[in-house]
Design a protein around this ligand. Structure first.
Ligand SMILES: Nc1nc2c(ncn2[C@@H]2O[C@H](COP(=O)(O)OP(=O)(O)OP(=O)(O)O)[C@@H](O)[C@H]2O)c(=O)[nH]1
Ligand SMILES: [Mg+2]
Length: 285
C-alpha cells in the first residue's frame, strides 16, 4: 500500500480515518486545506512506515559499480531518452560536467541528435566549455569507433538522443537502432514534472520496450524527472515517479548547468515530506 490521501472536516477526524484505514503506525506526510463544492476540508497524505520503506525501495537505483569502466575496457554508458523539450540535452550536460556525480570517474558525451538544427551544437558548447570529450554519431557503422575514441579517456559516457515525436516514426527508428548499437547500461526516461500523470504513463509505456523483439537495450530502465522548479505542488511529482515503477537516480530543478541536478530518491521522498539519507551513489563534488 502506497501513500494515500484522506479528507475530512478537521485534522483529528482525518487522522482517525487514516489510522482506521492504514493501521496504528500510519504517518501523516502532508497536510493542506482544499475546497470541495466550496466547503473547506483538511486533506492529509498518509502512509505507514512499512509503505514508506517500500516506496523508497521502488525508487532506489542500484549503486554504481565501484569501477565504472567495464572489465572489457568500455565506458559505462547512460542514455537519456524522452519527449521533445523534456530536458535531455541540458541534463546530459549537467551529468557530464558536474564534478563528482560519478566519483572520480571521467565522463564523456555522445549525441545521436543530428536531425534538429542546433541539437548537437547545444551539447558541443557545454562539452567544450567543460573540456569534456564529445562525439557525434550519424550512423550505426560509426558507433564502435566513437566509443573506442571515448574509451581512451572516459569511464562513463552520457548519450543524448533527439526528442521523439509520434509523427516521425522513421527518424525514431534510426536513432533507436543507433541506441541499440551502443547498448547502454542504463536508459533514463526524461520526463518533465509538469507532465500529466496519465500522459506520463502512456509515454513510459511507449519507451518501456526493454527485451521486446529480442532487442535488449532500447527500453527505459530509470525515470529522470526534470523541471521540479516549475511545479508548485511537489507531492504530485513523487506520485508520478512512483507510478512509473522505475528507479530514479536523479531529478533536475532548474536550467543552470551543472548545479540544478539533485539525487532522485532523496528529492522525491522530500516531495512526500520525508527526509532520507543521501543515496550511496551521490558523491559530493
Ligand atoms: N525550469 C527548468 N527548465 C529546464 C530544466 N531542464 C531543462 N530545462 C529547459 O527546458 C528547455 C528544453 O531543454 P533541452 O535540454 O533542450 O530539452 P531536450 O529534451 O533536449 O529537447 P529536444 O532535444 O528538443 O527533444 C530548455 O530551455 C532548458 O533550459 C529544469 O530542470 N528546469
Ligand atoms: Mg535535446
Amino acid at each position: 500500500m502506497g501513500p494515500e490521501r484522506f479528507r475530512g472536516a478537521d485534522l483529528s477526524q482525518v487522522a482517525d480515518r487514516a489510522r482506521r484505514a492504514m493501521g496504528d503506525d500510519v504517518m501523516i506526510l502532508h497536510t493542506r486545506t482544499v475546497r470541495e463544492g466550496g466547503v473547506p476540508l483538511v486533506e492529509v497524505l498518509a502512509a505507514t512506515s512499512g509503505a514508506i520503506d517500500r516506496v523508497r525501495a521502488r525508487m532506489e537505483p542500484k549503486p554504481f559499480p565501484m569501477r565504472m569502466r567495464k572489465a572489457d575496457g568500455t565506458p559505462y554508458c547512460i542514455a537519456l531518452v524522452g519527449p521533445t523539450g523534456a530536458g535531455k540535452t541540458t541534463t546530459a550536460a549537467k551529468l557530464a560536467v558536474r564534478r563528482g556525480t560519478f566519483g572520480a570517474a571521467r565522463t564523456g558525451l555522445l549525441t545521436l541528435d543530428t536531425y534538429r538544427v542546433g541539437g548537437m551544437e547545444q551539447l558541443a558548447t557545454y562539452a567544450e566549455l567543460a573540456d569534456v570529450p564529445f562525439e557525434v554519431v550519424y550512423d550505426v557503422q560509426e558507433v564502435e569507433a566513437a566509443m573506442k575514441r571515448l574509451s581512451t579517456t572516459c569511464d562513463v559516457v552520457i548519450v543524448d538522443t533527439p526528442g521523439r515525436s509520434p509523427s516521425s516514426a522513421e527518424l525514431t527508428e534510426r536513432w533507436r537502432s543507433l541506441l541499440d548499437a551502443l547498448a547502454p547500461d542504463e536508459v533514463h526516461l526524461v520526463l518533465p514534472a509538469t507532465l500529466r500523470p496519465d500522459l506520463a504513463a502512456d509515454i513510459a509505456r511507449s519507451y518501456g520496450a526493454r527485451g521486446q523483439g529480442g532487442v535488449k537495450h532500447r527500453g527505459a530502465t530509470h525515470v529522470l524527472v526534470t523541471k521540479f522548479d516549475e511545479v508548485p505542488r511537489e507531492t504530485g511529482i513523487a506520485d508520478l515517479a512512483l507510478s512509473l515503477e522505475m528507479p530514479a537516480r536523479w531529478i533536475t530543478d532548474g536550467q543552470d548547468v551543472p548545479t540544478d541536478l539533485k539525487p532522485g530518491v532523496v528529492r522525491l521522498m522530500r516531495a512526500y515530506g520525508l527526509t532520507v539519507d543521501a543515496e550511496p551513489d551521490w558523491l559530493p563534488a
